[in-house]
Ligand binder design. Structure first.
Ligand SMILES: [Zn+2]
Ligand SMILES: [Zn+2]
Length: 371
């Protein structure tokens, strides 16, 4: 079968013919990959800054069809040969006994996505840039009616992460559950951000969509336009031109003197690695608000403890999400028509995809294996 293999760090992927994986054992399933999406973490991995084991087939957000199942796949998962599934990177073969596996918050029994002993597809194990991939049946979510593999793949990391971030921001993750909430998304024109704008608006939030480049702002304009009437809930902000205070008062109203902390957004999701993005977001928050960070810049963020102490701002971080959240997110995306803006490539064209990514091409870049 064909696979794109990373053989050395900081070199292009190599298209190879490698053996098809054997029949799945235990709780594993074999998936015929139909689409595989490229994530920022693939770029970080290819630079040599993460796991050091090579060669590796990348992609931890993909989708395909089950072609074989191990003997121990639980019938409660609703999977059979022929089922189309979305596959995230975490968690392949968790240990089943650690704290994470025992406190898994509604996921399949003894299955902890944060288990540190589990493998990660595309990073510590081979992922989706190949025709067939062995995955853990407890990782996946069946693809709802009306969604294609190309629709599904970019949601498996970017979509799940931003969905979980909205939950951490205090948005109830059901239709209308964000009513009355104002959520700012810094980096709204990026891969996660433009999905976040759609989810937040469709959950009922008012959205402050912030970015700082022409191409990113153009992407957000398009996304807001496609929301139709719901687009009225989205305020698009060019952080190069508008100050945080200006935006805060425009969206949330002018506060009385000495009561400035009462007006502002309820939560901000900080997606870029830039310190300015964090500071801008902090200024938008009202007192007792929540700052959710998804990025983890090498040099760190500088936090002002006075924001946490005097304004009671809460700071939380998010790393993807649980299997039950994956299923809920995918069903919501299907019902509410949340889709990534994507550009597709053949498997042979993966290195052109990477070049386009490095050039800053907006939207999600996806390998369509059916092309
Ligand atoms: Zn990712
Ligand atoms: Zn474990």
């Amino acid at each position: 079968m064909r696979a794109q293999v990373l053989e050395a760090f900081n070199t292009p992927y190599v298209l190879k013919d490698i053996p098809k994986p054997p029949s799945p054992m235990g709780k594993d399933i074999l998936v015929n990959v139909k689409a595989a999406s490229y994530c920022h973490t693939d770029a970080v991995f290819a630079s040599g800054a993460m796991w050091q084991d090579l060669p590796r087939v990348g992609s931890h957000e993909f989708a395909g069809v089950i072609v074989a199942m191990g003997p121990d796949v639980s019938s409660s998962l609703g999977l059979e040969v022929g089922t189309a599934v979305g596959v995230p990177g975490r968690a392949f073969h968790p240990c089943g006994t650690c704290y994470q596996c025992s406190n898994n918050d509604g996921d399949p029994e003894a299955y902890g996505v944060y288990c540190t002993k589990a493998g990660n597809l595309g990073l510590s194990r081979d992922g989706g840039f190949q025709e067939f991939c062995t995955v853990d049946s407890r990782q996946v979510a069946p693809i709802p009616e009306g969604m294609t593999a190309v629709d599904t793949a970019p949601l498996m990391c970017a979509g799940l992460t931003i969905w979980n971030a909205l939950g951490q921001a205090g948005v109830k993750l059901v239709k209308g559950g964000g009513k009355g909430k104002v959520v700012a998304i810094s980096g709204a024109g990026g891969g996660l951000g433009h999905l976040g704008v759609q989810f937040a608006a469709k959950l009922g939030c008012r959205v402050v969509a912030i970015d700082a480049s022409d191409s990113a702002l153009e992407l957000v304009q398009g996304v807001a336009g496609a929301l139709g009437q719901l687009g009225e809930r989205v305020t698009i902000v060019d952080a190069r031109k508008q100050s945080a205070d200006e935006v805060r008062w425009a969206v949330c109203g002018q506060p009385e003197t000495s009561l400035e902390g009462e007006k502002g957004v309820d939560a901000v999701l900080v997606l870029p690695e830039a310190q300015q993005a964090l500071e801008y977001g902090m200024k938008l928050l009202k007192d007792h608000g929540t700052c959710v960070t998804v990025s983890f810049p090498k040099e760190g963020f500088l936090i002002q403890p006075r924001d946490l102490v005097f304004r009671h701002i809460k700071m939380v971080g998010v790393l993807v999400g649980r299997n039950r959240q994956l299923r809920a997110m995918l069903n919501f995306a299907a019902q509410e028509n949340v889709r990534a803006v994507s550009r597709t490539y053949t498997l042979q064209e993966l290195n052109s995809l990477v070049d386009d990514y490095n050039r800053g091409t907006s939207g999600k870049l996806v390998v369509d294996m059916t092309q």
